[in-house]
Design a binder for this molecule. Sequence first.
Ligand SMILES: [Zn+2]
Ligand SMILES: [Zn+2]
Length: 385
Amino acid sequence: MKLDNLSKYTEIDREKIELIRSAMPEMEVREKVYYSKDLIEDQMDFSPELSLNAPPIDYKITKVCPKCGRKYPDSEIFCFDCAVALKDIEKVNVRQIDIDHEFTVEGENSYTGFNEILTAENLLELTKFEFGRDDFNEIIRNIKLKALKNFDSAIKANEIDLDTLSILEKVILFTKSFVNVEYKSYGQELGFYRFNTIFVDDRQLDALQITTMLHELTHFLIKEMLTHILCRLLDASKTNEIESIVTFILSYSAENCLIDEYAAHTVEGRFTLIGYQDYSSFLNIQKTIERSDEEIDMLKTIGNSLANVVKEIVESFIDSDLLEDIKRQFRRDILDQPNYSQLRLENCTLLNDIGFLRAIEFILVDGFAVSMDNIEKLTQINEMW
Ligand SMILES: [Zn+2]
Ligand SMILES: [Zn+2]
């Protein structure tokens, strides 16, 4: 990937700097410093204190007055206005709800064989890269709208009262508007994403299940965005084969894995408390890449820029109230001190529109060319859907 060409298209991610600054109350951010790494390294002599005196967790609404319909928290027994005993609200088990989450793309071509897709002609078509920010925005809008519709119809079909759901249940429900969620109770991993399904370890604390879901949802959304872009560029309908190519592209090189992993890590930090994440997910990949520090930083900048788009999608579901609830859940569940020294590994740079589209072009064009020589691997991936 021609990473050096991208450095002129960067800008500071002020929001992230602000987020890190708020996590480190004593840190002074100097705006003249451009790169986050220097920025944070400059500021390592501080001992931030974590505010653990968080307010108690929100009480759960579990009861309803059979007469006036007013809802009450678990601790209440009567509705004094109506002088009647409260009833339990019948609760839907969100874990068992299946939500339709097919994200379709229609195009002129409907490719089903890899030999039909992976042609020199299509590679040439990709290289032209006739795709602008407006096209990209439309794709994001479509994904958002579809997920919101999925969410809305699941709520209606199952008569779900959002007020009665725990924070974890709300996050499960919106995650299911995009992707399957399944549970595992084996292994050390908190979770993983594979072929449009997220597996979450339900033995874990709620806060960890929430972060895991946001992390894995990011992997799904990056795959989905790139799939839609590839379909658009090839004027093709979405098929398993096209999704298999994108799945392959995101995994064949350590560079692409780092971009994908850093994005997931970043989204996780944005919706929980920054500094608590497990940095090993991307550090293990980073170690295997033999590139200069500047190039590694550029890969993270690409990941950070993708995370920014994912954040925008997720924000249609997680409003500021829910975000505060998630943070509160986190403070309640996780009592370890965060590892502030790892915050210096954070990248606070974003690509502007031109740079962002270039990065996507590099990922897709290079990946498409490599895919042409890997039809056997693609066939294996394709059997997994
Ligand atoms: Zn009442
Ligand atoms: Zn990951």
